[in-house]
Write a protein that binds this ligand. Structure first.
Ligand SMILES: [Zn+2]
Length: 294
């Protein structure tokens, strides 16, 4: 969402980029959803990754504005999906980790200076908004993503407890072939969330593509639940030069997606720096697998 909004000329450099775009240029968010559905996406994620009461208060806005932004993001996704009446498009509510609301990259190490109770409360606030939403503003599932630690997954599990009927996926950001960003084994995180009644899929996002095959195997070793992976493009962030380096060729993404399907993933997408052209490659990979398996 962020990469594509930038290509459409939206300003995403503020601390709460999604908030500004939701308010000032909602048509751009619909345009991004539309581009992904046209590319073959069967599931789209709302522009709500950073929308939280805590983040809004820090940015000088009213906490209630966060709640309405969250609901608005679902409505915009539904608006785009409604343009394709013959397709069944799943709307997943994007819920970033606590660190994403801090705007300092803390989600990539997970060392938060807050208590477990604070973490539970942070997630509970947002879950309540989605859980109480009706009709057009209700997402099909909650996508907890870029989770850096077992502790944060546990906090979400506690925050979700009053809502056993909700559907959720849990996706972790990983630093190597076995460990989430904060250092716990991915398999420990996966087996914890697999036991939650809300969990419909478990996986990995915002992670380098070369690590994904091994991480799918780690997840599969502890659960039979569907596996979701949406890595970054092949580029890496050069912190010294403050720019992205390496290849971002969508053509290579098809082969990667095929290998991830073959390794046991059921849901595949793209995170940072991927574009609709990448998703088109994934859709073609899925199509060729479905036709070869009859
Ligand atoms: Zn990412």
């Amino acid at each position: 969402m962020a990469s594509e909004l930038e290509y459409l000329g939206a300003d995403i450099h503020g601390p709460l980029w999604s908030a500004h775009v939701l308010q000032d240029a909602p048509e751009k968010i619909v345009a991004v959803h539309r581009a992904y559905i046209e590319a073959g996406a069967q599931c789209i994620e709302t522009a709500s990754y950073q929308a939280s009461r805590m983040g809004y208060i820090e940015a000088g806005m009213k906490p209630e504005q966060a709640d309405s932004a969250i609901l608005r993001s679902v409505q915009l996704a539904r608006t785009a999906a409604a343009e394709f009446p013959g397709r069944r498009i799943v709307v997943a509510a994007s819920l970033g980790p606590y660190g994403a609301a801090l705007h300092n990259g803390a989600e990539y190490h997970g060392n938060y200076e807050c208590s477990f109770a604070d973490l539970v409360e942070f997630h509970r606030r947002r879950i309540d908004v989605f859980a109480n939403a009706g009709g057009y503003a209700a997402p099909d599932l909650l996508a907890f993503e870029t989770l850096p630690s077992l502790e944060e997954a546990q906090a979400i599990g506690e925050a979700l407890a009053p809502w056993p009927h909700l559907a959720a996926w849990f996706s972790f950001t990983c630093k190597d072939e076995n460990h989430v960003a904060h250092g716990e084994p991915l398999r420990d995180c996966a087996s914890f969330v697999a036991a939650l009644p809300q969990t419909i899929a478990i996986g990995v996002n915002c992670t380098a593509p070369p690590l994904i095959r091994a991480l799918i195997a780690e997840t599969r070793s502890v659960t039979g639940k569907p596996i979701v992976v949406y890595p970054n493009s092949g580029e890496g962030w050069d912190a010294e030069r403050r720019c992205w380096i390496g290849s971002n060729d969508p053509a290579g993404y098809r082969e990667l997606a095929s290998s991830w399907f073959a390794a046991g993933a059921q849901i595949i997408g793209g995170c940072c720096r991927t574009r609709p052209a990448h998703i088109r490659q994934v859709a073609e990979a899925a199509l060729s697998i479905n036709s070869s398996s009859g």
